[in-house]
Design a protein around this ligand. Structure first.
Ligand SMILES: *Cc1c(COP(=O)(O)O)cnc(C)c1O
Length: 468
Protein backbone atom coordinates (compact mmCIF):
# COMPACT_ATOMS: atom_id res chain seq x y z
CA UNK A 1 0.00 0.00 0.00
CA UNK A 2 1.47 3.32 -1.04
CA UNK A 3 1.41 6.09 1.53
CA UNK A 4 0.41 8.75 -1.01
CA UNK A 5 -3.30 8.25 -1.61
CA UNK A 6 -4.49 9.31 -5.09
CA UNK A 7 -5.83 12.84 -5.01
CA UNK A 8 -9.06 12.63 -7.01
CA UNK A 9 -9.75 16.29 -6.37
CA UNK A 10 -7.25 17.15 -9.14
CA UNK A 11 -9.68 15.65 -11.68
CA UNK A 12 -11.87 18.45 -13.02
CA UNK A 13 -15.64 18.05 -12.88
CA UNK A 14 -17.66 17.51 -16.03
CA UNK A 15 -19.36 20.88 -15.52
CA UNK A 16 -16.09 22.71 -15.25
CA UNK A 17 -14.75 21.11 -18.45
CA UNK A 18 -17.94 21.90 -20.33
CA UNK A 19 -17.42 25.58 -19.52
CA UNK A 20 -14.02 25.68 -21.28
CA UNK A 21 -13.90 27.15 -24.81
CA UNK A 22 -12.32 23.87 -26.06
CA UNK A 23 -15.28 21.82 -24.85
CA UNK A 24 -17.72 24.39 -26.22
CA UNK A 25 -16.08 23.96 -29.62
CA UNK A 26 -16.53 20.18 -29.39
CA UNK A 27 -20.21 20.62 -28.50
CA UNK A 28 -20.55 22.92 -31.49
CA UNK A 29 -19.18 20.34 -33.97
CA UNK A 30 -20.23 17.03 -32.39
CA UNK A 31 -23.34 17.92 -30.39
CA UNK A 32 -23.95 18.10 -26.63
CA UNK A 33 -24.89 14.49 -25.94
CA UNK A 34 -21.96 12.81 -27.79
CA UNK A 35 -19.49 15.25 -26.20
CA UNK A 36 -20.79 14.60 -22.69
CA UNK A 37 -20.69 10.81 -23.21
CA UNK A 38 -17.05 10.94 -24.33
CA UNK A 39 -15.97 13.36 -21.58
CA UNK A 40 -17.69 11.28 -18.89
CA UNK A 41 -15.91 8.18 -20.19
CA UNK A 42 -12.54 9.94 -20.09
CA UNK A 43 -13.13 11.18 -16.54
CA UNK A 44 -14.05 7.67 -15.37
CA UNK A 45 -10.92 6.31 -17.01
CA UNK A 46 -8.83 9.01 -15.34
CA UNK A 47 -10.27 8.10 -11.95
CA UNK A 48 -9.60 4.39 -12.52
CA UNK A 49 -6.05 5.07 -13.69
CA UNK A 50 -5.38 7.24 -10.68
CA UNK A 51 -6.77 4.57 -8.34
CA UNK A 52 -4.27 2.17 -9.93
CA UNK A 53 -1.51 4.56 -8.92
CA UNK A 54 -0.77 5.74 -12.45
CA UNK A 55 0.27 9.31 -12.93
CA UNK A 56 -1.76 10.90 -15.70
CA UNK A 57 -2.42 14.35 -17.04
CA UNK A 58 -5.89 15.34 -15.85
CA UNK A 59 -5.71 18.97 -16.92
CA UNK A 60 -8.79 20.34 -18.67
CA UNK A 61 -6.82 20.81 -21.87
CA UNK A 62 -5.49 17.21 -21.85
CA UNK A 63 -9.00 15.83 -21.37
CA UNK A 64 -10.60 17.99 -24.06
CA UNK A 65 -7.79 17.05 -26.46
CA UNK A 66 -8.42 13.34 -25.89
CA UNK A 67 -12.14 13.96 -26.31
CA UNK A 68 -11.53 15.70 -29.64
CA UNK A 69 -9.62 12.64 -30.93
CA UNK A 70 -12.33 10.21 -29.77
CA UNK A 71 -15.13 12.27 -31.24
CA UNK A 72 -13.32 12.52 -34.57
CA UNK A 73 -12.76 8.74 -34.60
CA UNK A 74 -16.41 8.10 -33.82
CA UNK A 75 -17.50 10.43 -36.64
CA UNK A 76 -15.22 8.83 -39.26
CA UNK A 77 -17.08 6.44 -41.53
CA UNK A 78 -16.32 2.75 -41.26
CA UNK A 79 -16.67 2.37 -45.02
CA UNK A 80 -14.07 4.63 -46.53
CA UNK A 81 -12.31 5.31 -49.75
CA UNK A 82 -9.01 3.46 -50.34
CA UNK A 83 -6.41 3.47 -53.09
CA UNK A 84 -6.67 0.10 -54.83
CA UNK A 85 -3.07 -0.53 -55.90
CA UNK A 86 -3.42 -4.32 -55.76
CA UNK A 87 -3.29 -4.66 -59.54
CA UNK A 88 -6.73 -6.29 -59.54
CA UNK A 89 -9.11 -3.85 -61.20
CA UNK A 90 -12.42 -5.41 -60.14
CA UNK A 91 -11.43 -6.32 -56.58
CA UNK A 92 -14.43 -7.85 -54.83
CA UNK A 93 -13.14 -7.02 -51.33
CA UNK A 94 -12.47 -3.41 -52.39
CA UNK A 95 -15.93 -2.87 -53.85
CA UNK A 96 -15.46 -3.95 -57.51
CA UNK A 97 -16.46 -1.40 -60.16
CA UNK A 98 -15.96 2.32 -59.53
CA UNK A 99 -19.05 4.09 -60.85
CA UNK A 100 -19.26 6.61 -63.67
CA UNK A 101 -19.99 10.21 -62.68
CA UNK A 102 -23.37 9.99 -64.43
CA UNK A 103 -24.23 6.96 -62.32
CA UNK A 104 -23.13 8.64 -59.10
CA UNK A 105 -25.25 11.72 -59.68
CA UNK A 106 -28.24 9.64 -60.75
CA UNK A 107 -27.86 7.65 -57.54
CA UNK A 108 -27.68 10.78 -55.41
CA UNK A 109 -30.77 12.24 -57.11
CA UNK A 110 -32.74 9.05 -56.51
CA UNK A 111 -31.60 8.91 -52.90
CA UNK A 112 -32.50 12.49 -52.12
CA UNK A 113 -36.25 12.32 -52.42
CA UNK A 114 -39.35 10.72 -53.82
CA UNK A 115 -39.28 9.33 -57.36
CA UNK A 116 -41.49 7.45 -59.81
CA UNK A 117 -39.77 4.21 -58.79
CA UNK A 118 -42.93 2.10 -59.06
CA UNK A 119 -45.35 4.72 -60.24
CA UNK A 120 -46.57 5.18 -63.80
CA UNK A 121 -46.64 8.93 -64.37
CA UNK A 122 -48.82 8.55 -67.50
CA UNK A 123 -51.67 6.65 -65.83
CA UNK A 124 -51.12 7.57 -62.19
CA UNK A 125 -51.18 3.87 -61.34
CA UNK A 126 -48.72 1.53 -59.73
CA UNK A 127 -45.77 0.74 -61.98
CA UNK A 128 -42.93 -1.76 -62.21
CA UNK A 129 -39.45 -0.78 -61.04
CA UNK A 130 -37.85 -2.77 -63.85
CA UNK A 131 -39.09 -0.27 -66.46
CA UNK A 132 -36.22 2.05 -65.62
CA UNK A 133 -33.70 -0.41 -67.05
CA UNK A 134 -35.62 -3.02 -69.01
CA UNK A 135 -35.77 -1.24 -72.36
CA UNK A 136 -32.11 -0.28 -72.16
CA UNK A 137 -31.10 -3.84 -71.37
CA UNK A 138 -33.16 -5.13 -74.30
CA UNK A 139 -31.65 -2.52 -76.60
CA UNK A 140 -28.10 -3.40 -75.56
CA UNK A 141 -28.44 -7.18 -75.60
CA UNK A 142 -31.10 -7.85 -78.22
CA UNK A 143 -33.28 -9.59 -75.61
CA UNK A 144 -37.10 -9.53 -75.61
CA UNK A 145 -37.35 -8.79 -71.90
CA UNK A 146 -35.20 -8.17 -68.84
CA UNK A 147 -35.32 -7.94 -65.09
CA UNK A 148 -32.86 -7.02 -62.35
CA UNK A 149 -32.12 -8.27 -58.84
CA UNK A 150 -29.60 -7.56 -56.11
CA UNK A 151 -26.63 -9.46 -57.58
CA UNK A 152 -25.83 -12.28 -59.98
CA UNK A 153 -25.91 -14.92 -57.24
CA UNK A 154 -29.49 -13.80 -56.58
CA UNK A 155 -30.22 -13.85 -60.30
CA UNK A 156 -29.13 -17.49 -60.58
CA UNK A 157 -31.12 -18.42 -57.47
CA UNK A 158 -34.25 -16.75 -58.84
CA UNK A 159 -33.85 -18.24 -62.31
CA UNK A 160 -33.48 -21.79 -60.97
CA UNK A 161 -36.33 -21.42 -58.49
CA UNK A 162 -38.69 -19.92 -61.04
CA UNK A 163 -37.91 -22.26 -63.92
CA UNK A 164 -36.66 -25.51 -62.40
CA UNK A 165 -38.27 -25.98 -58.96
CA UNK A 166 -38.27 -29.74 -58.19
CA UNK A 167 -36.89 -30.36 -61.68
CA UNK A 168 -33.55 -31.59 -62.90
CA UNK A 169 -30.89 -29.27 -64.27
CA UNK A 170 -28.03 -30.88 -66.20
CA UNK A 171 -24.73 -28.98 -65.87
CA UNK A 172 -21.31 -30.04 -67.14
CA UNK A 173 -18.96 -31.32 -64.41
CA UNK A 174 -16.40 -28.89 -65.79
CA UNK A 175 -18.64 -25.94 -64.85
CA UNK A 176 -19.53 -26.61 -61.21
CA UNK A 177 -18.06 -23.25 -60.28
CA UNK A 178 -17.26 -21.85 -56.87
CA UNK A 179 -17.02 -18.06 -56.80
CA UNK A 180 -15.34 -16.56 -53.73
CA UNK A 181 -17.62 -15.93 -50.78
CA UNK A 182 -19.58 -19.19 -50.79
CA UNK A 183 -21.32 -19.05 -54.15
CA UNK A 184 -21.18 -22.64 -55.40
CA UNK A 185 -23.36 -23.88 -58.20
CA UNK A 186 -24.34 -27.16 -56.43
CA UNK A 187 -25.34 -25.25 -53.26
CA UNK A 188 -27.30 -22.55 -55.09
CA UNK A 189 -29.02 -25.29 -57.05
CA UNK A 190 -30.23 -27.10 -53.94
CA UNK A 191 -31.22 -23.86 -52.16
CA UNK A 192 -33.24 -22.94 -55.22
CA UNK A 193 -35.05 -26.27 -55.00
CA UNK A 194 -33.64 -27.61 -58.27
CA UNK A 195 -31.88 -30.94 -58.68
CA UNK A 196 -28.40 -30.73 -60.14
CA UNK A 197 -27.59 -33.46 -62.64
CA UNK A 198 -23.87 -33.58 -63.26
CA UNK A 199 -22.99 -34.57 -66.79
CA UNK A 200 -19.71 -35.41 -68.51
CA UNK A 201 -16.39 -35.24 -66.71
CA UNK A 202 -14.25 -32.45 -65.31
CA UNK A 203 -12.29 -32.02 -68.52
CA UNK A 204 -14.60 -33.36 -71.22
CA UNK A 205 -18.33 -33.07 -71.72
CA UNK A 206 -20.03 -34.03 -74.99
CA UNK A 207 -23.40 -33.34 -76.58
CA UNK A 208 -24.38 -36.97 -75.96
CA UNK A 209 -23.91 -36.46 -72.21
CA UNK A 210 -26.59 -33.78 -72.24
CA UNK A 211 -28.84 -35.75 -74.60
CA UNK A 212 -28.69 -38.74 -72.24
CA UNK A 213 -29.45 -36.58 -69.20
CA UNK A 214 -32.50 -35.00 -70.80
CA UNK A 215 -35.78 -36.50 -69.65
CA UNK A 216 -39.27 -36.02 -68.26
CA UNK A 217 -38.00 -34.35 -65.14
CA UNK A 218 -35.60 -31.88 -66.80
CA UNK A 219 -36.42 -28.24 -66.00
CA UNK A 220 -33.75 -26.56 -68.07
CA UNK A 221 -30.20 -27.00 -69.32
CA UNK A 222 -27.67 -24.67 -67.79
CA UNK A 223 -24.23 -23.47 -68.84
CA UNK A 224 -22.04 -21.67 -66.32
CA UNK A 225 -19.27 -19.45 -67.58
CA UNK A 226 -16.10 -20.77 -65.90
CA UNK A 227 -15.13 -17.27 -65.01
CA UNK A 228 -12.41 -17.76 -62.41
CA UNK A 229 -10.55 -20.77 -63.76
CA UNK A 230 -9.80 -22.47 -67.02
CA UNK A 231 -9.87 -26.13 -67.96
CA UNK A 232 -6.91 -26.65 -70.25
CA UNK A 233 -5.32 -29.55 -72.08
CA UNK A 234 -7.40 -32.56 -73.22
CA UNK A 235 -10.76 -30.84 -73.00
CA UNK A 236 -14.12 -30.72 -74.70
CA UNK A 237 -17.23 -28.72 -73.97
CA UNK A 238 -20.48 -28.38 -75.83
CA UNK A 239 -20.87 -25.13 -77.77
CA UNK A 240 -23.81 -22.94 -76.86
CA UNK A 241 -25.69 -23.38 -80.14
CA UNK A 242 -25.61 -27.19 -79.73
CA UNK A 243 -26.74 -26.96 -76.11
CA UNK A 244 -29.59 -24.71 -77.22
CA UNK A 245 -30.60 -27.26 -79.86
CA UNK A 246 -30.56 -30.10 -77.34
CA UNK A 247 -32.60 -28.09 -74.82
CA UNK A 248 -35.15 -27.05 -77.41
CA UNK A 249 -35.38 -30.64 -78.68
CA UNK A 250 -36.44 -31.57 -75.14
CA UNK A 251 -38.75 -28.56 -74.93
CA UNK A 252 -36.86 -26.95 -72.03
CA UNK A 253 -35.09 -23.58 -71.86
CA UNK A 254 -31.34 -23.15 -72.20
CA UNK A 255 -30.00 -20.84 -69.46
CA UNK A 256 -26.51 -19.34 -69.21
CA UNK A 257 -24.82 -17.78 -66.17
CA UNK A 258 -22.37 -15.47 -67.93
CA UNK A 259 -20.73 -14.14 -64.77
CA UNK A 260 -18.70 -11.07 -65.70
CA UNK A 261 -21.02 -10.11 -68.54
CA UNK A 262 -19.16 -7.67 -70.77
CA UNK A 263 -21.90 -5.83 -72.66
CA UNK A 264 -19.66 -4.98 -75.61
CA UNK A 265 -16.71 -6.62 -77.30
CA UNK A 266 -13.67 -5.59 -75.25
CA UNK A 267 -11.24 -6.31 -78.10
CA UNK A 268 -11.89 -2.81 -79.33
CA UNK A 269 -9.89 -1.56 -76.32
CA UNK A 270 -7.12 -4.10 -76.74
CA UNK A 271 -8.58 -6.45 -74.15
CA UNK A 272 -9.24 -10.17 -74.56
CA UNK A 273 -12.63 -11.29 -75.81
CA UNK A 274 -15.31 -12.11 -73.25
CA UNK A 275 -18.67 -13.51 -74.44
CA UNK A 276 -21.41 -10.85 -74.49
CA UNK A 277 -25.08 -11.39 -73.68
CA UNK A 278 -25.94 -10.44 -77.27
CA UNK A 279 -23.70 -13.17 -78.71
CA UNK A 280 -24.97 -15.73 -76.23
CA UNK A 281 -28.61 -14.95 -77.00
CA UNK A 282 -27.82 -15.10 -80.72
CA UNK A 283 -26.30 -18.56 -80.14
CA UNK A 284 -29.69 -19.71 -78.87
CA UNK A 285 -29.70 -19.09 -75.12
CA UNK A 286 -33.20 -18.42 -73.79
CA UNK A 287 -32.19 -16.63 -70.62
CA UNK A 288 -28.91 -15.21 -69.33
CA UNK A 289 -27.72 -13.82 -66.01
CA UNK A 290 -24.70 -11.59 -65.33
CA UNK A 291 -23.32 -9.13 -62.77
CA UNK A 292 -23.78 -5.36 -62.85
CA UNK A 293 -20.54 -4.52 -61.03
CA UNK A 294 -18.02 -6.63 -62.88
CA UNK A 295 -17.03 -5.82 -66.48
CA UNK A 296 -20.21 -3.85 -67.01
CA UNK A 297 -18.83 -1.24 -64.61
CA UNK A 298 -22.09 -0.43 -62.83
CA UNK A 299 -23.58 -0.91 -59.35
CA UNK A 300 -23.96 -4.29 -57.65
CA UNK A 301 -26.84 -5.97 -59.44
CA UNK A 302 -27.85 -9.22 -61.09
CA UNK A 303 -29.08 -8.70 -64.63
CA UNK A 304 -31.35 -11.22 -66.30
CA UNK A 305 -32.24 -10.97 -69.98
CA UNK A 306 -34.03 -13.30 -72.37
CA UNK A 307 -37.36 -14.67 -73.58
CA UNK A 308 -40.41 -12.66 -72.52
CA UNK A 309 -42.38 -15.66 -71.18
CA UNK A 310 -39.47 -16.80 -69.01
CA UNK A 311 -38.74 -13.31 -67.65
CA UNK A 312 -42.45 -13.00 -66.83
CA UNK A 313 -42.25 -16.16 -64.72
CA UNK A 314 -39.25 -14.74 -62.84
CA UNK A 315 -41.08 -11.47 -62.19
CA UNK A 316 -44.02 -13.35 -60.66
CA UNK A 317 -41.82 -15.38 -58.32
CA UNK A 318 -41.81 -14.22 -54.66
CA UNK A 319 -38.00 -14.41 -54.65
CA UNK A 320 -37.96 -11.53 -57.13
CA UNK A 321 -39.60 -9.40 -54.45
CA UNK A 322 -37.09 -10.60 -51.88
CA UNK A 323 -34.12 -9.89 -54.14
CA UNK A 324 -35.25 -6.65 -55.74
CA UNK A 325 -32.90 -3.69 -56.20
CA UNK A 326 -33.04 -0.40 -54.37
CA UNK A 327 -33.95 2.84 -56.19
CA UNK A 328 -30.38 4.15 -56.01
CA UNK A 329 -29.08 0.97 -57.64
CA UNK A 330 -31.63 1.19 -60.45
CA UNK A 331 -30.77 4.84 -61.04
CA UNK A 332 -27.04 4.06 -61.21
CA UNK A 333 -27.62 1.06 -63.44
CA UNK A 334 -29.78 2.99 -65.90
CA UNK A 335 -27.20 5.79 -66.10
CA UNK A 336 -24.38 3.26 -66.62
CA UNK A 337 -26.28 1.41 -69.34
CA UNK A 338 -26.97 4.67 -71.19
CA UNK A 339 -23.23 5.21 -71.56
CA UNK A 340 -23.07 2.06 -73.68
CA UNK A 341 -25.11 3.76 -76.41
CA UNK A 342 -21.99 5.75 -77.27
CA UNK A 343 -19.09 3.27 -77.44
CA UNK A 344 -16.67 5.91 -78.76
CA UNK A 345 -16.74 7.75 -75.46
CA UNK A 346 -17.22 4.71 -73.23
CA UNK A 347 -13.60 4.37 -72.06
CA UNK A 348 -13.52 8.05 -71.13
CA UNK A 349 -16.77 7.89 -69.16
CA UNK A 350 -16.80 4.43 -67.61
CA UNK A 351 -13.99 4.23 -65.03
CA UNK A 352 -13.78 0.42 -65.11
CA UNK A 353 -13.12 0.41 -68.82
CA UNK A 354 -10.83 3.43 -68.57
CA UNK A 355 -8.68 1.56 -66.07
CA UNK A 356 -8.69 -1.67 -68.04
CA UNK A 357 -7.73 0.18 -71.21
CA UNK A 358 -4.74 2.08 -69.73
CA UNK A 359 -1.47 1.05 -71.35
CA UNK A 360 1.56 -0.16 -69.41
CA UNK A 361 3.51 2.84 -70.77
CA UNK A 362 1.04 5.32 -69.25
CA UNK A 363 1.10 3.53 -65.92
CA UNK A 364 4.90 3.42 -65.97
CA UNK A 365 5.00 7.20 -66.42
CA UNK A 366 2.91 7.59 -63.25
CA UNK A 367 5.19 5.20 -61.40
CA UNK A 368 8.26 7.16 -62.45
CA UNK A 369 6.63 10.44 -61.46
CA UNK A 370 5.75 9.12 -58.00
CA UNK A 371 8.95 7.25 -57.20
CA UNK A 372 10.56 10.29 -55.57
CA UNK A 373 7.51 10.82 -53.36
CA UNK A 374 7.77 7.27 -52.03
CA UNK A 375 11.51 7.70 -51.47
CA UNK A 376 10.79 10.78 -49.36
CA UNK A 377 7.90 9.12 -47.54
CA UNK A 378 10.07 6.24 -46.35
CA UNK A 379 13.40 6.10 -44.53
CA UNK A 380 16.60 5.01 -46.26
CA UNK A 381 15.90 1.43 -45.09
CA UNK A 382 14.04 0.68 -48.30
CA UNK A 383 14.86 0.40 -51.98
CA UNK A 384 12.18 1.80 -54.27
CA UNK A 385 12.05 0.85 -57.94
CA UNK A 386 9.75 1.04 -60.91
CA UNK A 387 8.99 -2.43 -62.30
CA UNK A 388 6.85 -4.04 -64.97
CA UNK A 389 4.14 -6.24 -63.54
CA UNK A 390 1.09 -8.26 -64.45
CA UNK A 391 -2.29 -7.17 -63.14
CA UNK A 392 -5.67 -8.84 -63.36
CA UNK A 393 -9.16 -7.86 -64.36
CA UNK A 394 -10.50 -9.56 -61.24
CA UNK A 395 -13.90 -10.80 -60.05
CA UNK A 396 -13.28 -13.93 -62.01
CA UNK A 397 -13.26 -12.20 -65.38
CA UNK A 398 -10.68 -13.68 -67.74
CA UNK A 399 -8.65 -15.39 -65.00
CA UNK A 400 -5.76 -16.49 -67.18
CA UNK A 401 -5.33 -13.24 -69.02
CA UNK A 402 -3.10 -10.70 -67.32
CA UNK A 403 -2.92 -6.96 -67.84
CA UNK A 404 0.55 -5.61 -68.55
CA UNK A 405 1.09 -2.91 -65.97
CA UNK A 406 3.73 -1.06 -63.96
CA UNK A 407 4.34 -0.82 -60.23
CA UNK A 408 6.46 0.83 -57.61
CA UNK A 409 8.23 -1.91 -55.67
CA UNK A 410 9.41 -1.28 -52.14
CA UNK A 411 12.00 -3.71 -50.77
CA UNK A 412 13.35 -3.60 -47.20
CA UNK A 413 17.14 -3.44 -47.46
CA UNK A 414 17.81 -5.72 -44.51
CA UNK A 415 17.39 -9.35 -45.48
CA UNK A 416 16.94 -10.41 -41.85
CA UNK A 417 13.38 -10.00 -40.65
CA UNK A 418 12.24 -8.95 -44.10
CA UNK A 419 8.88 -10.68 -43.81
CA UNK A 420 8.03 -8.76 -40.66
CA UNK A 421 9.35 -5.50 -42.15
CA UNK A 422 7.08 -5.99 -45.18
CA UNK A 423 4.09 -6.59 -42.93
CA UNK A 424 4.83 -3.38 -41.03
CA UNK A 425 5.31 -1.49 -44.28
CA UNK A 426 2.00 -2.71 -45.72
CA UNK A 427 0.29 -1.81 -42.43
CA UNK A 428 1.77 1.69 -42.56
CA UNK A 429 0.34 2.26 -46.04
CA UNK A 430 -3.01 0.91 -44.86
CA UNK A 431 -2.98 3.33 -41.92
CA UNK A 432 -2.80 6.43 -44.14
CA UNK A 433 -5.89 8.71 -44.12
CA UNK A 434 -6.84 7.24 -47.50
CA UNK A 435 -5.49 3.72 -46.98
CA UNK A 436 -3.20 2.43 -49.72
CA UNK A 437 -3.65 -1.27 -50.49
CA UNK A 438 -0.83 -2.96 -52.39
CA UNK A 439 0.30 -6.56 -52.60
CA UNK A 440 3.28 -8.33 -51.08
CA UNK A 441 5.17 -10.50 -53.51
CA UNK A 442 8.79 -11.56 -54.05
CA UNK A 443 10.15 -9.82 -50.92
CA UNK A 444 8.64 -6.47 -51.86
CA UNK A 445 5.49 -4.42 -51.50
CA UNK A 446 4.10 -3.82 -55.00
CA UNK A 447 1.97 -0.77 -55.72
CA UNK A 448 0.43 -1.35 -59.16
CA UNK A 449 -0.65 2.09 -60.35
CA UNK A 450 -3.23 1.04 -62.96
CA UNK A 451 -6.13 2.13 -60.75
CA UNK A 452 -4.55 5.27 -59.30
CA UNK A 453 -6.94 7.99 -60.43
CA UNK A 454 -5.99 10.70 -57.96
CA UNK A 455 -2.23 11.22 -58.16
CA UNK A 456 -2.41 14.58 -56.36
CA UNK A 457 -4.34 13.16 -53.42
CA UNK A 458 -1.98 10.21 -53.24
CA UNK A 459 1.07 12.46 -53.27
CA UNK A 460 -0.35 14.93 -50.74
CA UNK A 461 -0.94 12.34 -48.06
CA UNK A 462 2.56 10.89 -48.55
CA UNK A 463 4.03 14.35 -48.01
CA UNK A 464 2.07 14.77 -44.79
CA UNK A 465 3.12 11.41 -43.43
CA UNK A 466 6.80 11.28 -44.47
CA UNK A 467 9.49 9.89 -42.16
CA UNK A 468 11.39 12.68 -40.42
C1 LIG B 1 -19.30 -13.49 -60.17
C2 LIG B 1 -20.13 -14.63 -60.60
C3 LIG B 1 -21.32 -14.94 -59.92
C4 LIG B 1 -21.77 -14.15 -58.71
O1 LIG B 1 -22.11 -12.84 -59.08
P1 LIG B 1 -22.36 -11.71 -57.98
O2 LIG B 1 -22.82 -10.53 -58.78
O3 LIG B 1 -21.06 -11.51 -57.29
O4 LIG B 1 -23.40 -12.22 -57.05
C5 LIG B 1 -22.06 -16.00 -60.37
N1 LIG B 1 -21.67 -16.73 -61.43
C6 LIG B 1 -20.52 -16.48 -62.10
C7 LIG B 1 -20.14 -17.35 -63.25
C8 LIG B 1 -19.73 -15.41 -61.72
O5 LIG B 1 -18.59 -15.13 -62.37
Amino acid sequence: MSDTRPDFSTIPSLDRILKTPEAAALVETSGHEPTVVVLRGLLNEARAAMADGKSIDVSESAITQSAAIRLAQAAAPSLKRVFNLTGTVLHTNLGRAPLAEDAISAMADAARGASNLEFDLATGKRGDRDVHVEELLCELTGAEAATVVNNNAGAVLLLLNALALRKEVPVSRGELVEIGGAFRIPDIMSRAGAKLVEVGTTNRTHAADFENALGERTGLIMKVHTSNYMVQGFTASVPEDILAEIAHGGDVPFAVDLGAGALVDLERWGLPHEPTPRETLAAGADIITFSGDKLLGGPQAGLIVGRRDLIARLKKNPLKRALRCDKATLAALAATLKLYRDPDRLAARLPTLGRLARTAAEIRRDAEALRGDIVEFLSADFTIMVADCAGQIGSGALPVETLESAALTITPNATRGRGAALKRLAARFRALPIPVIGRVQDDALWLDLRCLDDIDGFRAQLRNGADQ
